[in-house]
Design a protein. Sequence first.
Length: 318
Amino acid sequence: MMKSNLQSLTGDAGEGLRVLDAAGLQPRDCAGLPAVDAAGPVPLDGVGLAALDAAGPVPLDGAGLQALDAAGPAPLAGAGLPASDGAGLHVAIIMDGNGRWAIARGLPRVAGHRHGALAVRRAVEAAPALGIRTLTLYAFSSDNWRRPPEEVSALMQLLLDYLRKETAGCIEKGIHVSVLGRRDRLSQPLREGIETAEAATARGRRLHLRIAVDYSARDSIMRAASRVSTSEVTREVFSRLLAEAGHATPAAPDVDLLIRTGGEKRLSDFLLWEAAYAELHFTHRLWPEFRAADLEAAVRDFHGRQRRFGALPEAATV
């Protein structure tokens, strides 16, 4: 893979891990990252953000977390779906399977990243027509620092390029972009790019696109708990503290539907508090194969379920 010229990624991370500095690949002391779950692969096999191949970066036009094109979203057969309320649905997606998709076809993993990025665009385009108003994508977990340094660099560079080039289109299409997760380990240019994009798109109301980068739900919960100043705290107060701890302000509604592609059936430290009552939808379809119709099928499945939040159905008798 091609090495990026990202400035150094600083801060804590786990022993033996490496991050990049402007001079190339240099070892860093990285204590404190959670260990990889031995029961399976590192979360987000490939992530939806495209990586770089040997020929250079994947072009951003049409490939990734970018604004909708001038023609608007592709037509979607959403007929028959219940009308959403003003808040709309909050759908979260663990985008898994890029690497396996590529390997199954005899391709390098970077090819899977590239096709996975196109799947991101399809999901973003389809979401508003399905009543989705908040879409949270798991782009880079705190455990993903264990990936090869070149891949980490590629993902971070792609995100920076997106923020710099696509903010104007997001403003035009009413897409509010925000990034949640730690920022102290990101390069300064990337942190500045995030802040600029968030401020510029803050008035977007059509879709709130949240990108989780260097994110760990358990770490966010621990940081929020450390801010509690009284022995009596409500769920609403703690939710606000959690949003502040994870750079997720303004706080989003609780997750209604959590989708994971790629066949695995675990949450991988993603939105554990916010997804307490989320409906879970697992599919064997690998992320690069995920289409608008798959997102629609997941939403239809969601609307077919009875959500009781611990109570009995209205017609039930004791």
